[in-house]
Design a protein around this ligand. Structure first.
Ligand SMILES: [Zn+2]
Ligand SMILES: [Zn+2]
Length: 483
């Protein structure tokens, strides 16, 4: 039973225990009080007037700390109040109100969460300061698709250990304009300020044009790399579209997409080699594995085919299919983007971090800025405490992209110790608050210095009277229709 600190007890069992005086065993008069999940008994025996006060969990200066810890544990596990309330109501478990829950989170959990993240970030920065030629990746995550998103979370990850180095949660209306490049500029700038100019050599993102423009204008000394995965995904989509018209392309899609990974990983960081290898594909798909370019003879990278296996391959013979394929894979725009992939860096691990956020903040629920910020911190702590887990085999998953089953690496189970440590800190803080920096300072460190807009809708909120008036007009119109 190592690690068990609390158990659930039937209230009738407790009442039975309290019936008799613990000194003289005579009958007690019993008074029972409940504060949230904590029950306190006051007993007085009829025979000798022995008086006792006893609580289900200890109190600190009359405050039942257990309620604070329970609220923290629920929040830090990513469980919503409404969900847990359904459970406690169903089984009749003593629990606290919605207001109490949030006041415990705001007063005790929030300061420790903010503080833990700031401390962790400082340690990561310190570690990175001792290194040179850093490669980092960045990506935005929106709380809802398209332009209706309220929040953009821009996170930057260190490619050397996959830890989140820094993030900013950007709310629509913080600054005019689109959120992705604004939030990226804000957090990347903060990183350069912290680490010093020249520390970051490569910054890898997806192909977002406004981010690319921002990087060209503001950070000329940093090499802006594109994520291989995003480029491969985009090309696959285009190839699927042309394959609808030119059937011969269909069987080549996987091979061409894999070729992106191949050229990016084998070009040794040289864009000429990268483009040369990419060009070889145009010959290979037509069954030519050796060809002349000027005076030079070029060959494919692969080993020679057995005649038998070569005969089975459906080489592209249809000229119009070849022309359509070349247009997609060799247009100037695509080739320029491909050159940005010469360092073979990708943001794939940021995607797995984005999945951790979903554990704490479902996209179906709306959260206020401060709450969303805390949930993001939780996801970062969870992610950073679980990087570098060892692989323990493979598991079968379904790839929506490839529409097929595949084997994926399976990692050892996630560690939950960080959460228990967090709870310990919250307990210490609840017993003697005031040991941390001020709340204002910490919020300022974490958020961009802007007022949080109250209303993100483009139309201002009308007065109550005006809304009543509009409602009456609508109801009258509806009555007319019925008549
Ligand atoms: Zn007694
Ligand atoms: Zn070939």
């Amino acid at each position: 039973m190592i690690g068990i600190k609390f158990v659930i007890v039937d209230i009738c069992q407790l009442d039975t225990l309290m019936q008799h005086c613990s000194v003289c065993a005579s009958i007690n008069s019993v008074e029972r009080k409940r504060v949230g999940s904590v029950i306190t008994y006051h007993t007085r025996c009829f025979k000798h007037d022995h008086q006792f006060s006893w609580s289900t969990t200890p109190k600190e200066k009359n405050t039942p700390i257990f309620n604070i810890l329970l609220a923290a544990a629920i929040f830090c596990a990513g469980i919503g109040y409404t969900t847990i309330r359904k459970m406690t109501d169903a089984i009749g478990l003593a629990f606290f109100s919605h207001q109490t829950f949030y006041s415990h989170i705001n007063n005790f959990t929030a300061p420790i969460l903010r503080h833990s993240w700031i401390r962790m970030r400082e340690e990561i920065f310190k570690d990175l300061q001792s290194k040179d030629d850093l490669v980092v990746s960045g990506d935005a995550r929106f709380d809802s698709p398209g332009h209706s998103a309220k929040y953009a979370l821009y996170s930057i990850m260190s490619n050397f250990n996959n830890k989140i180095i820094d993030f900013v949660l950007w709310q629509k209306g913080f600054l005019p304009g689109e959120m992705e490049s604004k939030s990226c500029a804000y957090v990347f700038n903060r990183l350069v300020e912290k680490l010093g100019v020249g520390k970051v050599r490569i910054f890898c993102t997806d192909r977002n044009p406004s981010v690319a423009k921002m990087m060209r204008e503001n950070f000329k000394d940093v090499e802006h790399a594109f994520d291989v995965w995003h480029l491969a995904k985009g090309l696959r989509k285009k190839l699927i579209a042309v394959a609808k018209k030119h059937k011969q392309i269909e069987g080549w899609i996987e091979a061409i997409v894999n070729h992106i990974w191949h050229v990016s990983s084998t070009c040794g960081g040289d864009s000429d080699t990268l483009l040369e290898k990419w060009n070889s594909m145009l010959y290979h798909i037509r069954g030519k594995h050796q060809w002349k370019e000027g005076k030079e003879t070029k060959t494919c990278d692969h080993r020679t085919y057995e005649d038998e296996s070569e005969a089975k391959i459906d080489w592209i013979t249809d000229e119009s299919a070849f022309a359509a394929l070349k247009k997609v894979t060799h247009n100037t725009r695509f080739l320029n983007q491909l050159k940005h992939c010469k360092h073979f860096v990708h943001t794939g691990n940021l995607e797995s971090f984005h999945n951790v956020i979903l554990v704490y903040a479902s996209k179906r629920v709306h959260f206020f800025y401060e709450n969303m910020l805390l949930k993001t911190i939780l996801a970062v702590l969870d992610h950073n405490h679980n990087t570098g887990r060892a692989s323990v085999g493979t598991k079968t998953t379904f790839s929506k992209l490839r529409k097929t089953y595949q084997l994926e690496t399976k990692y050892e189970e996630k560690c939950n110790e960080w959460r228990a440590n967090l709870l310990e800190e919250i307990e210490k803080y609840a017993k003697s608050p005031g040991l941390l920096g001020t709340e204002e300072e910490e919020i300022l460190i974490l958020s961009p210095p802007h007022d949080v807009p109250r209303n993100i809708n483009s139309v201002p909120l009308p007065s109550r009277e005006e809304l009543e008036l509009r409602r009456n007009i609508r109801m009258r119109a509806a009555e007319h229709q019925i008549e």
